[in-house]
Design a protein around this ligand. Structure first.
Ligand code: O2Y
Ligand code: MN
Length: 603
């Protein structure tokens, strides 16, 4: 390989094999430098794919193809040798069959394009918890996003040496160019959804993605490597790869702090919680990560790193009210995808906290004027518009966020969007009870869904349904096994939170910064200073143990912290019949026992 900067024989052989298949015009090895970032951006601006934003230094707006706006779940595959290993929640396909199909679409797919080879580290380079991947992609948009979201370049190749282990990640937008042809300012991708593939080969620990240039489908370090493939590595190696934020909470009076990891399904405000500004005086929250935690046992304790280097956050709904620290993070050096563009060169999205300033260009490139009287007006930004920003730009990034050894986890939170039954907070009484509460997490269906009716609960154990690379029953068993390797006093405490209880159609809890009042009780439970009562569903604060926000009445707080016995009986019935039944015969007996025990306690 003439222009390869490495003597890693296996890597060079893989790059040659792929180049022979995809037939690119050039091969470029990413070094991770600022000059390289600027060069890629120039290519993208010159091609009409990126718009510089006058109002935000070194920031750019991209508009994707309307067919390519989010993770393509129906086209995400786990191609394990045995169907049974993928489990009920993954799309399984025979690996040999899939490879044959994908080789056919990859053949010549990079004609007329540069093939970028992007060595990257998930986790601080050289950390004992980190893993190295190499993404081959024909998208300069992927190169710049990977530079923000991961640690890219020469240093990674140094750690890899001549025979280090790496995870091969192959990506193509699926749009070869004929001689002299350009993208003509149009986002390149394969618009036919049936021809998109986001494929994982668990036994080989390999990723093949084709046809999409957007987000988790294309930035292969994130959901594909750091969750789907890492969850398999974690199972085999005795650790946990989780869809969790990590935050540090400090009590300023004595400078004591706790590290909290939290898993929530999509659209529950994970990024908001990760960088929350407490409304209670004397407390501080700092961010370690907003989406993924890799946790390993060391010295008998569970230590976590954030394997990512940036945030790929949702724009719409992010404002100075919901997440001031995210808004401050994205003032500069930020990539925006599918936001609206203002006349003076800024971005705008629904829920940004102020009216659209004049005429906009919407995410589809059309003129758009806000009409507040028209409830049916199409939004100007796509609901999954995103910002990509370096984590170091967050005003409350914790100083230790890149500690290669990770931070010791004191508490693990699970949650979901539940309008009724599930209280504001309850605590598990043991590790297995904690795994149980995590296993029944989920959100209510708000819109039409293929197989579920509105109001029913879509279970999403540990918020990992879209991201677990193997059978969910085996995954929950792995959680139970990990607990056996940590002594009880060193185990994190488990909590379940629900910010989304409703009464008469209105939220009962104000959320956002006010969630610090609930985190304070979590802190105190870890610290041994909290007050809790034993209930059939677990430990709970008395209403007087939660500092009440001024706009929540005593009665409402009491209701938020009550155990709805009949509601819980129905919940348990639903878990048994509609959720745990799906995991058989792989449902861990420890969780079946937890289900029986809670049923008995409810009477
Ligand atoms: O649409 C995408 O490709 C992104 S999805 C995403 C991005 C950042 C953090 N979490 C998620 C998610 O779906 O959980
Ligand atoms: Mn996520």
């Amino acid at each position: 390989m003439s222009n390869s900067p490495t003597n890693h024989a296996k890597l060079n052989a893989w790059v040659k094999e792929i180049a022979d298949l995809v037939e690119p015009a050039n091969i470029y090895w990413a070094d991770g430098s600022k000059a390289e970032y600027d060069q890629m951006i120039k290519i993208l601006v010159d091609a009409g794919l990126a718009t510089p934003l006058k109002k935000r230094p070194n920031s750019f707006l991209f508009r994707s193809d309307p067919s390519d706006v989010a993770r393509a779940e129906s086209r995400t595959f786990i191609a394990s040798q045995n169907k049974d290993d993928a489990g009920p929640y993954n799309n399984w396909i025979n690996p040999a069959e899939l490879k044959e199909k994908m080789r056919a679409v990859y053949k010549g797919c990079m004609k007329g394009r540069t093939m970028y080879v992007i060595p990257f580290s998930m986790g601080p380079i050289g950390s004992p918890i980190a893993k190295i991947g190499v993404e081959i992609s024909d998208s300069p948009y992927v190169v710049v996003n990977m530079q923000i979201m991961t640690r890219v370049g020469t240093k990674v190749l140094e750690v890899l040496g001549t025979d280090g282990e790496f995870i091969p990640c192959l990506h193509s937008v699926g749009k070869p160019l004929a001689e002299g042809q350009t993208d003509g300012g149009k986002w390149p991708c394969e618009p036919d959804v049936e021809k998109k593939y986001i494929s994982h080969f668990p036994e080989e620990r390999t990723i093949w993605s084709f046809g999409s240039g957007y987000g988790g489908n294309a930035l292969l370090g994130k959901k594909c490597l750091a969750l789907r493939i890492a969850s398999i590595a974690a199972r085999d190696e005795g650790w946990l790869a989780e869809h969790m934020l990590i935050l540090k909470m400090t009590r300023e009076a004595d400078n004591k702090f706790k590290y909290i990891a939290a898993a929530f399904p999509s659209a529950c405000g994970k990024t908001n919680l990760a960088m929350l500004i407490p409304t209670i005086p004397g407390w501080k929250v700092e961010c370690i990560g907003d989406d993924i935690a890799w946790m390993k046992i060391r010295d008998g304790k569970l230590y976590a790193i954030n394997p990512e280097a940036g945030f790929f956050g949702v724009g719409p709904g992010t404002s100075m009210h919901s997440n001031p620290n995210a808004m401050l993070s994205i003032k500069e050096n930020t990539i925006f995808s599918n936001a609206a563009l203002t006349e003076d060169g800024d971005i705008w999205w629904e829920g940004i906290g102020y009216d659209a300033p004049g005429k906009l260009i919407d995410w589809k490139g059309r003129e758009w004027i806000q009409d507040k009287n028209n409830k049916d007006q199409e939004p100007s930004a796509h609901a999954n518009a995103r910002f990509t920003v370096p984590a170091r730009q967050c005003p409350v990034i914790a100083p230790e966020w890149e500690d290669p050894n990770g931070v010791p986890i004191d508490a693990i939170l699970f949650g979901g969007r539940r309008a009724s039954v599930i209280p504001l907070i309850h605590q598990a009484k043991s590790w297995n009870h904690g795994v149980f509460i995590g296993s029944i997490a989920g959100s209510e269906i708000t819109g039409a869904a293929l197989d579920l009716k509105v109001g029913s609960v879509r279970r999403d154990p540990m918020a990992m349904v879209p991201f677990c690379g193997y059978h969910m029953g085996d995954y929950l068993k792995h959680w139970v096994e990990v607990g056996k390797n940590i002594s009880e006093e060193n185990q994190p405490k488990f909590f379940f939170v629900n910010w989304f209880r409703k009464k008469d159609g209105k939220f009962m809890w104000p959320g956002f910064g006010e969630n610090s009042r609930v985190l304070k009780w979590v802190f105190e439970q870890c610290d041994g200073s909290g007050k809790a009562v034993d209930t059939p569903i677990g430990l709970m604060p008395e209403p007087s143990s939660i500092d009440r926000p001024s706009d929540v009445s005593e009665e409402t707080l009491k209701e938020l912290l009550a155990v709805d016995i009949e509601g819980w009986k129905a919940e348990i019935k639903d878990v048994r019949e509609n959720h745990y039944a799906k995991l058989e015969p792989k449902l861990p007996k420890e969780l079946a026992a937890e289900l029986d025990a809670i049923e008995k306690r409810l009477g």
